[in-house]
Design a protein around this ligand. Structure first.
Ligand SMILES: *[C@@H]1O[C@H](CO)[C@@H](O)[C@H](O)[C@H]1NC(C)=O
Ligand SMILES: *[C@@H]1O[C@H](CO)[C@@H](O)[C@H](O)[C@H]1NC(C)=O
Ligand SMILES: *[C@@H]1O[C@H](CO)[C@@H](O)[C@H](O)[C@H]1NC(C)=O
Ligand SMILES: *[C@@H]1O[C@H](CO)[C@@H](O)[C@H](O)[C@H]1NC(C)=O
Ligand SMILES: *[C@@H]1O[C@H](CO)[C@@H](O)[C@H](O)[C@H]1NC(C)=O
Length: 298
């Protein structure tokens, strides 16, 4: 028996669970929807329209403006929120690895005298269907919502910057690669777990070496997947914030998701370290055992 192999078994099991959670977080509104990769806050998207409508007499969007109640037309915040509802645009859209979810901020979109910013929480109302190779396309999501609303308002009316799409397009291939890497990583971590269980009943360098070899592949896969997702979040988030903030779109990083995926990577690193120790110590044990046997004979 090799009792030190229990550590890799535990680490691989935990890493396997964490990787699965990364892949399936947010697959329905009640399952880990606070672990998105990135959240797009579109609650102020209608504000630009409202601003322009309030400050001009010739109104290209009167069909929409007519639907906003007279009593709140003087208040940008409430008018924007009402316009947003009429347009069918949700307060936020959050991307997961295989789908996206959407919903409303409760109790209100913006903090005011009675509602502190920390009291505002997300109320997820729905999620898209899960698909492999999913990539987050906010332009299409909002276009579809606008088309469904029947107000005749288009993305151009909302001043949607083309640069957001260019930035997000560039990241599409990376999101698909990240998805594939998570699948590969899950398979390799599973193999590592199996190999560690077998190694528990063996001793010597060979089994430790084999485990180390499988382990390093699993570590590279999950590490690369984590790095790619981190790059997508940081790069995509910066592009969206730079181009989107002027029209009321804001991206927020999914720090909890990052914690999850890097924790899985860390666990696989611990596994590698243990097998390294086993390769060194395992050989020495064997020599010691051999000497012990010699001594008994002599
Ligand atoms: C709308 O106008 C307010 C001031 O009236 C300004 O603070 C806000 O940034 C404007 N929003 C957009 C999206 O242009
Ligand atoms: C703040 O927002 C909440 C929720 O929309 C609303 O009920 C409340 O009246 C607002 N308070 C003020 C002072 O505007
Ligand atoms: C969340 O949204 C649903 C449907 O829109 C609503 O029934 C529910 O009361 C909301 N929950 C909170 C906490 O506001
Ligand atoms: C999602 O899946 C359900 C059932 O699997 C299907 O009825 C529905 O049309 C799908 N929705 C979309 C947008 O593909
Ligand atoms: C959403 O974004 C707006 C600016 O676009 C910001 O004022 C607001 O606080 C954000 N809401 C949340 C809940 O982060």
């Amino acid at each position: 028996m090799r009792f030190l192999a229990i550590v890799p078994i535990l680490c691989c099991t935990a890493a396997l669970i964490l990787s699965f959670l990364c892949l399936f977080a947010g697959h329905k509104p009640s399952f880990m929807t606070d672990y998105p990769i990135v959240t797009l806050n579109t609650s102020r998207l209608a504000e630009g329209v409202v601003n322009r409508t309030m400050n001009s007499d010739s109104n290209p969007l009167s069909s929409l403006w007519d639907k906003v109640p007279d009593s709140i037309k003087d208040h940008v915040d409430s008018a924007a929120s009402a316009a947003s509802d009429k347009l069918g645009i949700e307060d936020f859209y959050q991307a997961h690895l295989m789908d996206y979810c959407y919903g409303q901020y409760t109790p209100s979109e913006l903090p005011n005298a009675t509602v502190a910013a920390s009291d505002i929480s997300k109320n997820i109302t729905g999620c898209s269907n899960q698909t492999a190779m999913f990539h987050f396309d906010p332009k299409k999501i909002i276009e579809d919502a606008l088309a469904k609303s029947g107000t005749g308002v288009t993305l151009e009316d909302l001043n949607w910057p083309d640069d957001i799409d260019k930035g997000i397009d560039a990241l599409r291939i990376i999101s698909v690669a990240a998805f594939v890497l998570y699948c590969i990583a899950i398979a390799l971590i599973f193999v590592s777990l199996g190999a560690a269980v077998v190694a528990l009943f063996l001793s010597g360098r060979l089994s430790a070496c084999l485990n180390w070899m499988v382990g390093i592949l699993a570590f590279l896969a999950i590490g690369l997947a984590s790095a790619l997702v981190t790059a997508v979040i940081v790069k995509g988030g910066n592009i969206v914030n730079e181009k989107g903030n002027p029209v009321g779109v804001e991206a927020q990083r999914g720090n909890k998701f990052l914690a999850l995926t890097w924790a899985a990577t860390g666990l696989m690193f611990v596994t590698l370290v243990i097998w390294c120790v086993e390769i060194c110590v395992g050989g020495r044990n064997k020599r010691r055992n051999a000497r012990f046997a010699d001594g008994k004979q002599g």
